[in-house]
Write a protein that binds this ligand. Structure first.
Ligand code: FES
Length: 168
C-alpha cells in the first residue's frame, strides 16, 4: 500500500507542491472539483484543509463549495486514515447476508466504530455502499484487496493476520 504519510510532514502539513501537476492544468477553471479532489486524496490519503485552500486559490472554486463536495461524497475523507483502510460493504446484498454481524466483529476486534481509526493508526473502518461483487456477500476490501463471504470469525482471522503482518 502507498505510504500517504510520506506526503504529510512531521508537523502534519501536506506537501502542497505535490498538487502542482494537477493544478497546473486547472488554473482559474471551475467545475472540475470532484476529479481534482480525487487526485488530491490519492496523493495525501485524505483531504487536509490546507489542500482544499490551495485548490480553491488556484482554481477559483469557492472553498465552501470544495468543502461541501468533500463532505457530501463518502469517497472523500477529511481525516487521515490508518495504514490499512477497511471498506466494509453495507449495500443491500451484504446487509441481507450479515454485514451487520461482520461490522460488529470488526468494531469489537479493533475497538473502533465506523469512520474511526485505531489508536495505533493501523486500521480505519469505513462502511460503503455496494462494492460491485454482490454474489460474494458479505464483502470488504482492505487496501483494495477483496475478502468475500465474510463471517464474524473469518473477519477476525483476517484482521489478526493483517496486524501480524505489520510485526514481521
Ligand atoms: S451489496 Fe455488497 S458488494 Fe454489492
Amino acid at each position: 500500500m502507498k505510504a500517504f504519510s510520506q506526503n504529510i510532514n512531521s508537523d502534519q502539513k501536506a506537501d502542497l507542491s505535490l498538487l502542482e501537476p494537477i493544478l497546473a492544468s486547472n488554473k482559474g477553471q471551475r467545475g472540475n472539483a470532484i476529479a481534482i479532489l480525487q487526485e488530491a486524496q490519492a496523493i495525501f490519503g485524505y483531504l487536509p484543509l490546507e489542500v482544499l485552500e490551495k485548490i480553491s486559490e488556484v482554481t477559483k472554486e469557492p472553498l465552501a463549495k470544495l468543502y461541501g463536495v468533500a463532505t457530501f461524497y463518502t469517497q472523500f475523507r477529511m481525516k487521515p486514515t490508518g495504514r490499512h483502510l477497511i471498506m466494509l460493504c453495507q449495500g443491500t446484498a451484504c446487509h441481507v447476508m450479515g454485514a451487520d454481524r461482520v461490522q460488529q466483529a470488526i468494531e469489537d476486534e479493533l475497538r473502533i466504530e465506523n469512520g474511526e481509526t485505531t489508536e495505533d493508526r493501523l486500521f480505519t473502518l469505513l462502511t460503503v455502499a455496494c462494492l460491485g461483487c454482490c454474489s460474494l456477500a458479505p464483502v470488504m476490501k482492505i487496501d483494495g484487496e477483496t475478502y468475500a463471504n465474510l463471517t464474524s470469525d473469518s473477519v477476525r482471522r483476517i484482521l489478526r493476520k493483517e496486524a501480524d503482518g505489520e510485526c514481521n
